[in-house]
Design a protein around this ligand. Structure first.
Ligand code: LLP
Length: 463
């Protein structure tokens, strides 16, 4: 569809549902820097540019829908996390947020470590040259084959998630004459203020071993007796998209308490604690994320204080941010296909992607922002719902947002902060072809994950 051949869309700024929504006070042409990556700006004609390249050029060259990842922003965020925690701590990027070989290389260059949670992520990490000792392997049900591969590759740590796994990993390592460095993931009983599906430290869920009832202490007891294991620390991850540091503080306190109990019972001071990932980012102007240095200070202070009062030497701290590094670095670019005003309700704007490239709105009720990016507009704001092209009415990309009322088919719109958990959770629903990820930096754009083709789909269909 050409971007200029269409007449202007219908104007219906007058159809806002009563009482619920007020048009934004801010100019829709102004981009909130909180939700856009660092090199995004508008050029003199009002078109958005990233890494110095105009979006229309990107759409021309790479097509839509596509994810555009601001490489210098990604690298800057890695450095901000590494600097904030300093050489006495370790930052593991959580690969589940988005992983590709290019990302693994950037992480290495910026001095970060990597957390993987499946054989596929491990393969990608090793293939791109990440040294195995800088990899941590997670998961509540790692297969025997995955554990064997991780142990043989020499991953720096395996995070044990169940009593069965303690024995499994010990056996696999010991039978190869190895001693695997491990941490035990504990559930600290914190209710993180986030969506139920991404909260992980309350007791009624599948991850970790509960501190409550002495379960975690028992896991430590067993791990310490097994020759195939070198227990190096305790791990806790309380959830995702969290803004309030209180949950992390409770978690740190409880983990330190366990370290003190372990010291008292076994005479061993475990040298590491990992406080997981989960730090929130701004998806809309309403969100106020913490900066890495504030997070580092809060976590380091609480661990140091608790250790002093328990008379323990302070362990080495590690953290595992995924979303906070990659989330803000990318936006998804779509082309508007159809525009349907629903009298008295809102206007449905359909784009050429949808729940197959961003499932988060449907799955977690996630909120996103959206902007017209191929041009500026002085038209009135209209209330829209941005929807995809899938056969499902829950196929919503942005539930409620304002776009200019002169929006027309062929316009390009972009949804910011889609770097995390969008491409990595993308699907082929309706045999959609998963979009490419294009890295943009200093006036150059290159595909780091290519667009799927129909041949890719048919290749798997061997019936
Ligand atoms: N460490 C562990 C052990 C984790 O389970 C996770 C995320 C992280 C670190 C990274 O969390 P982050 O800093 O990215 O919040 N699909 C969901 C998020 C699931 C997170 C799973 N674990 C979403 O789209 O919001």
């Amino acid at each position: 569809m050409s971007r200029s051949a269409h007449p202007a869309g219908p104007r219906h700024a007058d159809v806002l549902p009563e009482g619920h929504y007020t048009a934004p006070a801010t100019d829709l042409n102004v981009l909130d820097e909180k939700v856009w990556s660092r090199t995004v700006t508008r050029d003199a004609n009002g078109a958005l540019t990233v890494g110095g390249i105009e979006v229309a050029r990107l759409a021309e060259e790479f097509g839509t829908p596509a994810y555009f990842l601001d490489e210098s922003d990604f690298r800057a965020r890695c450095r901000a996390w590494a600097d904030a925690f300093g050489p006495g701590a370790d930052v593991f990027y959580a690969g589940k947020a988005f992983l590709s070989r290019a990302v693994v290389r950037w992480l290495q260059e910026e001095g970060l470590n990597l957390d993987v949670c499946s054989g596929g992520e491990l393969t990608t990490a090793l293939d791109a040259g990440m040294p195995a000792e800088r990899i941590a392997f997670h998961g509540n049900n790692k297969t025997v084959a995955e554990i064997e591969r991780a142990v043989e590759a020499g991953v720096g740590r395996i995070v044990l998630d169940s009593f069965q796994e303690i024995v499994r990993v010990a056996h696999i390592a010991q039978s190869r004459g190895l001693r695997q460095r491990v941490q035990i993931r504990v559930t600290v009983g914190v209710e993180a203020h986030t969506h139920e599906f991404i909260a992980t430290a309350h007791e009624d869920q599948k991850f970790g071993i509960a501190l409550a009832g002495g379960q975690a202490a028992e896991a430590v007891r067993r791990a310490l007796t097994l020759d195939g294991l070198e227990l190096i620390g305790i791990h806790s991850h309380i959830g995702s998209q969290i803004f309030d540091m209180a949950g992390f503080e409770v978690s740190a306190r409880r983990v330190v308490q366990l370290l003190a109990e372990v010291r008292d019972e076994h005479g061993v001071e475990l040298p590491e604690i990992d406080l997981g990932g989960g730090l929130g980012i701004a998806y809309t102007s309403e969100d106020d994320p913490r900066e890495p240095h504030e997070i580092a200070k809060a976590l380091t202070d609480i661990v140091t204080r608790e250790c002093e009062s328990a008379n323990l030497s302070t362990p080495r701290i590690s953290v595992e941010p995924g979303r906070a590094i990659v989330g803000p670095t990318a936006f998804t670019l779509y082309e508007v296909g159809t525009i349907k005003p629903l009298e008295g309700l809102r206007t449905y704007v359909s784009v050429d992607g949808g729940m197959s490239d961003n499932i988060r709105t449907a799955l977690y009720d996630a909120e996103y922002s959206v902007a017209l990016v191929s041009r500026s507009s002085d038209a009135e704001p209209m209330l829209v719902r941005v929807v995809g092209k899938h056969c499902e009415s829950g196929d919503i990309v942005v539930k409620d947002a304002f776009l200019p009322a002169d929006l027309a088919p062929g316009d390009l719109i972009a949804v910011p902060a889609t770097g995390a958990y969008c491409r990595s959770m993308a699907s082929n629903y309706n045999h959609a072809l998963r979009p490419p990820v294009v890295a943009v930096r200093d006036g150059e754009a290159r595909v780091i994950v290519r667009r799927e083709t129909e041949e890719d789909l048919l290749r798997l269909d061997v019936g």
